[in-house]
Design a protein around this ligand. Structure first.
Ligand SMILES: C[S@@+](CC[C@H](N)C(=O)[O-])C[C@H]1O[C@@H](n2cnc3c(N)ncnc32)[C@H](O)[C@@H]1O
Length: 281
């Protein structure tokens, strides 16, 4: 008999289909136990006897469907993740942009922002550039499909592991731009905070009503999607990126096996392809 500890094949298939239709996240057979681990406490909180009852609840309750999304997404992130990305951003992309563009702010999109650490790390580097050049300004948008992480990102208060590496490896930057204490947690300074906005968005839909971005961080999220959905996401990213812009993906990700309009600058760093697909000589 099915209980909150076990999930029948039929209910796994239904839940997997619901997760896929809501998020695009593709849950393989091997990850059934992950689904059970993430949902079992929810069944207990709701006083539901089994997954069948939970599926019925999902069909009637949009707030529970969002709760499901919040629970099945993996939100691991921290400040200054993959230092190579930040070295390129700071030493190559920022000075090049500042030399090329003087009449508008730099626009940055943290496209699977999770709890915000990536967006605030970008904010630290952009604020440094602003200190070097008064004419420079910037705006950062952070988006994610999980409403829970968007709330955490908007609050922007970090303790322990999320800030540990940045604090240790870039102590001067950390001290200049982050305020707080070990006990209370750390926040980015007000100038950075005033230039960052977070909102909910699914990568499988085009981002509407925004100007083009100069840098898009699409890191550690492609791994959750099928190749076809990765192509859709990359098409939306390309449509949102300025022709002179840059795209960063995750350390363990690559665009080699899929069809996109990006070309590699170096591993995990891409720019829009200079020649459109299918173009002649
Ligand atoms: C592992 S975190 C990556 C955070 C950050 N980019 C980094 O590299 O540290 C992946 C994030 O992608 C989000 N995500 C998953 N599916 C999504 C979708 N369809 N649209 C937008 N965000 C999604 C998850 O909620 C999660 O917060």
């Amino acid at each position: 008999m099915e209980s909150s500890k076990t999930m029948s094949d039929g209910d796994f298939a239904k839940l997997r289909a619901i997760v896929y239709s809501q998020t695009g996240i593709s849950i393989g057979d091997a990850r059934r136990s992950l689904l059970v681990t993430r949902l079992r406490p929810r069944l207990r909180d709701l006083g539901l006897p089994d997954y069948r009852a939970y599926i019925t609840r999902l069909s009637k309750d949009p707030a529970e469907r969002q709760e499901l999304t919040n629970r099945v997404t993996t939100n691991e992130t921290y400040f200054y993740r993959t230092p190579r990305v930040w070295t390129y951003f700071n030493d190559v992309f920022l000075p090049d942009f500042a030399a090329r563009v003087q009449n508008r702010p730099m626009r940055v999109w943290s496209a699977a922002a999770s709890t915000g650490e990536e967006a605030y790390t970008a904010g630290v580097y952009l604020e440094e550039q602003r200190n070097r050049s008064e004419r420079f300004d910037y705006a950062i948008l952070g988006t994610d499909i999980s409403s829970r992480v968007i709330d955490v990102a908007t609050a922007g208060l970090y303790k322990g592991r999320p800030v540990a590496r940045f604090r240790q490896e870039q102590p001067d930057l950390f001290d200049r731009h982050m305020t707080g204490s070990d006990e209370a947690g750390f926040k980015a300074g007000p100038r950075i905070r005033s230039r960052i906005r977070f909102r909910q968005h699914s990568l499988l839909t085009p981002l509407r009503n925004t100007a083009l971005f100069d840098a898009i961080f699409l890191r550690n999220v492609l791994i959750y999607f099928t190749a076809a959905d990765q192509e859709t996401i990359l098409r939306h990213a390309r449509a949102a990126l300025h022709p002179d812009g840059v795209l960063f993906i995750g350390e363990s990700e690559s665009l080699k096996h899929i069809d996109t309009d990006f070309e590699q600058v170096e591993p995990i760093i891409y720019r829009p392809a200079t020649r459109a697909k299918g173009g002649g000589a």
